[in-house]
Design a binder for this molecule. Sequence first.
Ligand code: NDP
Length: 249
Amino acid sequence: MRLANKTALITGGSSGIGLATARRFVAEGANVAITGRDAGRLESVARELGPRALALVADATDIAATEAAVARAAERFGKLDILFANAGIPGATPAGASRLEVFEQVIRTNLTGVFFTVQATLPHLKDGASIILNGSVISVLGNPGYSAYAASKAGVRAMARVLASELSPRGIRVNVVAPGAIRTPIWGAAIATPEAEKMFETRIAATTPLGHIGEPDHIAGTVLFLASDDAAHIQGQELFVDGGATSSP
Ligand code: NDP
């Protein structure tokens, strides 16, 4: 029980990496508040997680809704110990076809939304708390189609360093987990059929030294580590969890 008596807020906790992390946190004794936009999915996930989970509908691009959700989580559980700012969208479009609305939506969700979630959480965070932001290997790999996404995730890395400096006096740690390709619904059509998923896995395996796609639990385990006292001296870092994808030239 590495998180006994701790409370965590996980944005985008109803699917993929956020959901795997919520499951892991609950198993380790934490109370968990999860956010997302789809109320039905959130409710069903909260039922699965049990009485220590609280589902809060909040769009990360809506700063007022985010503030309200954070306040409700703090009201229900008391002070917050952990924030996993995880909600994100890909919005993959080649540069020649990119539209301003899509570009801005990606930045607003993955970067602006993360910043204002952290800001809303600060008054409720205990001194010594842990903030983990979700980055991506795409911020360094330059995959075609991902201009907005890569920029948003590079921004997350830069922002984490600033936040780490600002929050160190309170003992609040701020780190980034940067996943490689992880099997979640974010990949949409690429994994919509068993045949498509097989092709996708083969493509990912070819560019991953460990030779396979990542699973949500690989990231959840890393987030648990960064949230826990085992990471008490890790500050302002980005941890790549990518099967080696960024390890070779
Ligand atoms: P999923 O699509 O499985 O989950 C995304 C979650 O975010 C859902 O709970 C979704 O709920 C929520 N979400 C999306 N937009 C918003 C929003 N505007 N406000 C609130 N919640 C929102 O994707 P993953 O689990 O794969 O992605 C989670 C994070 O991991 C993202 O930041 C992504 O960029 C990052 N990542 C993922 C990788 C991968 O290969 N899977 C690789 C690298 C990074 P709802 O739709 O109900 O709002």
